[in-house]
Design a binder for this molecule. Structure first.
Ligand code: NAG
Ligand code: NAG
Ligand code: NAG
Ligand code: NAG
Ligand code: NAG
Length: 478
């Protein structure tokens, strides 16, 4: 479990600033005249302590006492007494004098650095090894937060212009789940057996690339493609593009491997361009390509890497709609392609459950929490307000298009839709298993009235006023 670790960190830092030392009886000596701490007094104090404390207590007191003579030594002794301090202090998220706790849970991804290429661009909300790689303090805070919570999630946007290509590449340390917000793309996936799977994807659909499968994304529509991509790591993502791998391979090795006509001379005709080709669109593309075929693999094959989220079953609530790309233990009601996808994400370690959540104007996804997953979301349209109840108090915050939010496992959260249009979001949960959730009305109904009466200091019959409604109120309207 990740969450207890986080809470220890919180405790650890709060205590470490000022409140540790006064807990120690010996501390008072420090500010008195040294003479008043005569060896005799010390001896007496120790002796008395011996009488009224256990042998272990005495040992600790003496050690601590000796330690305080030298500041450094006393600290060496204090640390093991507070096991929570053994956890590496976080760099920033607990520096509460200067940081706004909201940015542990929210990031304006749209304001992040734009990594621009000829054929499109990429923006990130992620953890960086080198703090200098963040573009601002809030980005650093968010990156550190998802890393400290071991969220197994990183999010980014990928925009590809018409005919642009996200070069074939693979990720060493993460599975990738993507949601296409707009446009149309042709996808290729090469798995470990060298089996190639290709398919088209259109707006509202989901793509999935297991760790280390080689994949490419080509925009085959007329408008820009916009993908929201989730990677299952909270560390820095490691990626290798095929062209970079090629240029880094010695020419003779490449020649021996590819055995081209013309041998090594042919290999030498490849010239590494100055521009990074990560998302490319050569000016002379029409000259380069003679025939392009966008082959479609059989549904039974591409079902492993594709899910028609927009076309899937709608779970309708009074205040909105939820749709899922997820694993189901009981697959009754799923059609064949859905079953293939469900099994696929469950068969790989550390995959994500994806879903879209549409909240009508003024609607609310009621307070709830997840037992088995962190949650990350991206706002596609509309605007809203988020409240989080977890460890330290977090003021509610507003979200709009391009914002990312993060709910650590177990923290209670709600989302309100606050403008005239629907609030529409893509959500990712860090489980490839069945997501487990508990809503506020459900845990009130589940707790015996007499327990509630005792807890809230209210008459038992008062709790009959909380009705059990017929419709699930997960997303409700006033
Ligand atoms: C907290 O942040 C301030 C300003 O950013 C910095 O000077 C200080 O050293 C930080 N404290 C800790 C404990 O990290
Ligand atoms: C896939 O996209 C290409 C390019 O738009 C198109 O020519 C092809 O017909 C599409 N295939 C399917 C099955 O939709
Ligand atoms: C798709 O399925 C058909 C019939 O099941 C088969 O003949 C064909 O070879 C399959 N195509 C691919 C690309 O696997
Ligand atoms: C299965 O459901 C998906 C939506 O989740 C839909 O796009 C697809 O056409 C369905 N397949 C069949 C064979 O009905
Ligand atoms: C699976 O779900 C269906 C309907 O959703 C239900 O009728 C069936 O009893 C469930 N099967 C099991 C084994 O729980």
């Amino acid at each position: 479990m990740n969450n207890p670790g986080f809470e220890l960190q919180e405790d650890g830092l709060e205590r470490s600033h000022s409140s540790i030392k006064p807990h120690y009886p010996y501390y008072e000596c420090r500010h008195e005249e040294k003479k008043s701490c005569s060896l005799m007094k010390i001896f007496l104090v120790c002796f008395l302590a011996c009488l009224i404390t256990t042998a272990i207590g005495v040992m600790i007191l003496c050690l601590v006492y000796l330690g305080h003579i030298h500041e450094k030594r006393s600290q060496e002794i204090i640390i093991p007494m507070y096991p929570s301090m053994d956890i590496k202090p976080p760099q920033d998220t607990n520096n509460d004098t200067n940081t706004d706790p909201r940015f542990n849970f929210m990031r304006h991804l749209g304001t992040s650095q734009v990594f621009a290429f000829e054929g499109g661009d990429i923006q990130w909300a992620r953890y960086r090894n080198n703090p200098k790689d963040y573009s601002d303090e809030n980005e650093l805070q968010f990156g550190a937060s998802i890393n400290q919570h071991q969220s197994k999630m990183t999010v980014g946007t990928l925009r590809i212009v018409s005919k642009g290509l996200r070069a074939p590449h693979w990720h060493f340390n993460a599975n990738e789940h993507g949601f296409l917000v707009q446009g149309m793309a042709w996808i290729g996936v090469v798995d470990d057996g060298g089996v190639v799977t290709t398919y088209n994807v259109t707006a509202g659909q989901v793509i999935f690339f297991p760790k280390n499968t080689l994949h490419w994304v080509k925009n085959v529509g007329d408008e820009d493609c916009l993908f929201i991509l989730f990677f299952t790591t909270h560390d820095e993502l490691s990626t290798l593009d095929v062209d970079d791998a090629f240029y880094k391979t010695p020419e003779d090795i490449a020649a021996r491997s590819l055995k081209p006509v013309g041998g090594i001379d042919f290999i030498r005709t490849f010239k590494k361009p100055k521009e990074d080709q990560a998302i490319n669109l050569p000016e002379n593309l029409a000259e380069l390509i003679q025939t392009a075929k966008y082959v479609q693999s059989n549904e039974s094959d591409y079902g492993k890497y594709f899910y028609d989220l927009k076309g899937s079953r709608e779970f309708v609530f009074p205040g909105g709609i939820i749709q899922w790309a997820r694993y189901r233990k009981n697959d009754t009601g799923l059609n064949n392609t859905e079953k293939i996808y469900s099994e696929s994400i469950n068969s790989h370690a550390d995959t994500l459950t994806l879903g879209t959540l549409r909240i009508k104007s003024n609607g609310m996804r009621q307070p709830h929490f997840h037992f088995n997953a962190h949650e990350m979301g991206y706002v596609i349209s509309g605007c809203g307000q988020i409240g989080i109840v977890g460890g330290r108090p977090v003021p509610d915050f507003a979200i709009g298009i391009g914002d990312v939010f993060f709910f650590p496992i177990g923290t209670q959260h709600y989302i309100k839709s606050t403008c005239d249009e629907d609030l529409f979001m893509i959500l990712a949960f860090s489980t490839g298993n069945q997501l487990e959730t508990l809503d506020m009305d459900d845990y009130f109904h589940a707790t015996a009235d007499h327990i509630l009466a005792q807890l809230f200091l209210k008459k038992q019959e008062e709790f009959k006023k909380i009705p059990k409604l017929k419709d699930d109120q997960a997303v409700n309207l006033p």
